[in-house]
Design a protein around this ligand. Structure first.
Ligand code: GLA
Length: 341
């Protein structure tokens, strides 16, 4: 019997670089994703890909996924290493999600493979933690939990508020008459070769001055003597506040204010956290000047990748749009094979 696992990509509407200090984030699933069609068979994992070169050809017992080739198969191997399945798989991956563009393609791949190998998606926290451990093992990046939680637990027509300390997830209704637009900067980036780990370490140093950043206020951040650590802490503490202010603005249909908060978030990521690029800044500026757009910001880790804009439904966008629409649902495992269009 052929099974179909499907896992979406995500954008962060607001709340980036907050998850790994246990802060708050507001991601949503987009309508692009990764599909895996496979049969449980034999005692090997053999997965081809329509978009990526090479084949993931793996035994069921793997010790070090980080050495596996081709590179994308490391994520598959790391999930196998976590789940230690007793049966193999033969199948094909198909993705309409751009890879390495800040849309959580790696989390989507991990989740699709984990679902196919029997991870329980109805326990989203456990499944997300498993996939996050796999990401650590595959590429050595200590990412937060946002991407994996969003990919698994996203709710259609809602954004998902995450408390990345308690792991509480709260669906936030998405107002009528608006949509999200995703524009690609064309700048490829990989977390493992970016300053992501440096930022994480800087947060750790800031915490040695003022305690857990998730509990700290922007005023606490201003007491840090070191100017660089002060800026990093300022981003995290203000971004945590912006997440809840944005949710309040959405609830009040105050889209103008929601857009201002997105602008403030982008400025904070650019100036205090230093994860933007001139290309991302230019796209955000262009989108903010487009009639019908309420707000725009970089989304995900930054260092390249995509920007996200919130706009009135049907707004004319004169940039190459990767995806536009309303929030989609989370990952699925079904018995009905059907192709992603
Ligand atoms: C990447 C990581 C996430 C999160 C974002 C930034 O997507 O995988 O855990 O830290 O960057 O918000």
């Amino acid at each position: 019997m052929t099974l179909r696992a499907w896992a979406p990509g995500r954008v962060t509407l607001i709340g980036d670089h907050t998850d790994y200090t246990g802060g708050r984030a507001l991601p949503m699933a987009i309508g692009l994703g990764i599909e895996l069609l496979a049969d449980r068979a034999s005692d090997w994992i053999i997965l081809g890909s329509e978009e990526l070169a090479g084949v993931a050809e793996l035994p069921l017992t793997i010790d070090d996924p980080s050495k596996v080739e081709p590179g994308w198969a490391r994520y598959v191997a790391a999930v196998v290493r976590e789940l230690r399945p007793t049966d193999g798989l033969t199948g094909t991956l198909h993705s309409n999600l751009p890879i390495g563009r800040g849309l959580s393609s790696s989390a989507a791949l991990e989740v699709a493979v984990a679902a196919m190998l029997g991870a329980n998606l109805r326990d989203p926290v456990a499944a997300a933690q498993l996939c996050r451990r796999a990401e650590h093992r595959a590429v050595g990046v200590l990412c937060g939990i946002m991407d994996q939680l969003a990919v698994i637990a996203a709710v259609e027509d809602h954004a998902l508020r995450l408390d990345c300390h308690s792991l509480e997830m709260t669906p936030v209704p998405f107002p009528a008459g608006i949509e999200v637009v995703v524009v690609d900067s064309g700048q490829q980036r990989e977390l493992e070769s970016s300053p992501y780990e440096t930022r994480r370490a800087e947060c750790g140093l800031a915490e040695s001055h003022i305690g857990p950043l998730r509990l700290a206020t922007p005023n606490d951040a201003e007491t840090i003597d070191d100017p660089l650590l002060r800026r990093r802490a300022r981003h995290v503490t203000t971004e945590n506040q912006r997440v809840d202010a944005f949710i309040t603005a959405l609830g009040a249909q105050d889209l103008r204010h929601a857009g201002e908060l997105m602008a403030a978030s982008h400025a904070s990521l650019r100036d205090d956290y230093e994860v933007s690029t001139p290309q991302l800044d230019a796209l955000v500026a262009h989108l903010r000047g487009t009639p019908g757009v309420y707000g725009a910001r970089l989304t995900g880790a930054g260092f390249g990748g995509c920007v996200v804009a919130l706009c009135a439904a049907g707004t004319l966008i004169d940039l190459p749009v990767v995806w536009r629409g309303r929030p989609g649902g989370g990952a699925l495992l079904t018995e009905e094979p059907s192709l992603v269009d």
